[in-house]
Design a binder for this molecule. Structure first.
Ligand code: SF4
Ligand code: SF4
Length: 482
């Protein structure tokens, strides 16, 4: 597997899932070789001298990024989620919309020595000069993801503490779901025991895709199939997330169609392609423009966390601020405690494993942790499997140092160390950004008022939540590892 993926996807443990000498796991799941190559399908050839080269065809959605095939996942993404693909959709009859993550904004800001606000304005000018219809900010969709996660945590916590030890007891710790590197690892190597612990709320990327294709498209006057939605993210893992079947819906003659039984419906992804921060830098450089000299243009405020004075707002936390936001919300709603000022996280083993507790009358009532990087992740999962975890919530991120250090971020410049760059990104990330609760976000309130109803409502659950699927190891791969 490519070095571009997060460490959890690259880990040695994943390599034993299927060995390079075997057929693709997808073919072992029962896909038959086909005679004609359909759109979005790629030829995957077994590596090594034997078995005989029976060719199977695997789409991006089928690929499990299992590391069994060394280059296929990378090839698929380079072809289907590439700059060329992005350019080919501009000036087509589709409206191209770009949603930029705050981590990518910080990466470009550090590279160009600008503030994140300046970068966002220049990036908007740049994309619009290419023909992009609108540029949005995934801090905005992240606020919906955070609100839904807060509600889910309260519900789980109450059920967990009111139920007995029966099978239906709600699982704690609740584990964050925004990192596809972690989700992929959980589904493929940990399987069904861990999945009930994972929060069902979609990641900010997929919430943005859902909001744009199901709701904002109508405001803009487009049917979902006429919008080409591109996200700019800090990692390659997000490309695989966008390609999950769970994040595709059906449209028949421009109308959403859940039934999809006559085969005429089109499959529409919430996110059409994902570009990394580094790929966007490549695009800027390929156009030979002076990015810093671009004029600052007004932002598209429909889905961007920017106030009347032009200041950005949002939660702190380079990996989305899930632990902090849910902790504050739970302290207030479960124990009537307002927490002023920054949360006091305590480093446990290393800076990538930190915890925070709430004590009431000398008793710990909430215990949350940030757990970044594969080594820490594996330790906490082991404890959960043995029933020894003390945590109520875990913000798990596959990359050491979290999303600011994603594999798709712009690399350190000559003479700069990786650690130095992470520090710089940490400083830049919240520069000129007002810290604000997602519950106070007027855009989010409006989306609930116009479309979703209440957080946790049936409609919210339908559109903003997802499911996870254990991937069963094939007998062939098990035998191979004997
Ligand atoms: S990486 Fe994807 S294509 Fe390659 S063997 Fe795994 S599932 Fe198949
Ligand atoms: S930690 Fe963040 S950057 Fe790294 S794989 Fe997960 S979502 Fe992507």
């Amino acid at each position: 597997m490519s070095h571009k993926f997060s460490p959890a996807l690259r880990s040695a443990d994943l390599s034993d899932f299927i060995a390079p000498s075997q057929n693709c796991i997808v073919s072992l799941k029962g896909l038959k070789p086909k005679t004609e190559k359909a759109e979005n399908e790629y030829m995957i050839k077994p590596i090594g001298k034997s078995p005989p080269p029976e060719v199977v065809k695997v789409s991006l959605k089928d690929c499990l990024a299992c590391s069994g095939c060394i280059t296929s996942a990378e090839t698929v993404m380079l072809e289907k989620q590439s700059l060329e693909e992005f350019i080919s959709h501009i000036n087509s009859e589709e409206a191209v919309i770009v949603s930029v993550s705050p981590q990518s904004r910080a990466s470009l800001a550090a590279y160009f020595d600008l503030s994140p606000a300046q970068v966002f304005r220049k990036l908007t000018a740049f994309f619009k000069s290419l023909g992009v219809r609108a540029v949005y900010d995934t801090s905005c969709s992240r606020d919906i993801s955070l609100v839904e996660s807060c509600y889910e945590f309260i519900s789980r916590y109450k059920k967990h503490h009111s139920a007995g030890d029966g099978e239906n007891v709600s699982k704690l710790p609740m584990i964050s779901s925004a990192c596809p590197g972690w989700i992929c690892y959980a589904e493929k190597t940990l399987g069904s025991f861990i999945l009930p612990y994972i929060c069902s709320v979609k990641s900010p990327q997929q919430v943005m895709g859902t909001v744009i294709k199901h709701h904002i498209s109508k405001k803009l006057g487009y049917t979902p199939d006429k919008i080409f939605h591109v996200t700019v993210m800090p990692c390659y893992d997000k490309k695989l997330e966008a390609a999950r079947d769970d994040f595709v819906f059906s449209v028949d003659h421009g109308e959403e169609n859940d039934a999809d039984d006559d085969g005429s419906a089109m499959k529409i992804p919430e996110v059409d392609i994902v570009l990394t921060s580094g790929e966007v830098l490549d695009l800027i450089q390929s156009k030979s423009i002076d990015f810093k000299a671009l004029v600052d243009v007004p932002l598209d405020r429909l889905l961007t966390n920017v106030d009347d004075k032009g200041l950005f707002y949002g939660v702190s936390g380079g990996s989305g601020g899930y632990a902090e936001t849910i902790f504050r919300y739970a302290a207030k709603n479960l124990f009537n405690r307002d927490i002023e000022g920054p949360l006091q996280f305590r480093i446990i083993r290393n800076s990538d494993f930190q915890e925070v507790v709430l004590e009431v009358d000398g008793k710990v009532v909430l215990k949350f942790a940030l757990c970044y990087g594969f080594r820490n992740l594996r330790n906490v999962v082991q404890k959960i499997s043995k029933g020894k975890s003390e945590y109520d919530f875990l913000e798990i991120m596959a990359c050491p140092s979290g999303c600011l250090n994603g594999g798709g971020q712009i690399k350190p410049v000559a003479g700069q160390s990786a650690n130095n760059l992470i520090q710089q990104l940490g400083n830049v990330y919240m520069q000129d950004v007002l810290i604000a609760s997602p519950f106070d976000n007027a855009i989010v309130k409006n989306i609930y008022a116009e479309w979703l109803g209440q957080p946790g409502s049936e409609k919210s659950r339908m559109y903003m939540h997802t499911q996870y699927h254990p991937i069963v190891k094939s007998i062939a791969s098990e035998l191979h590892n004997w």
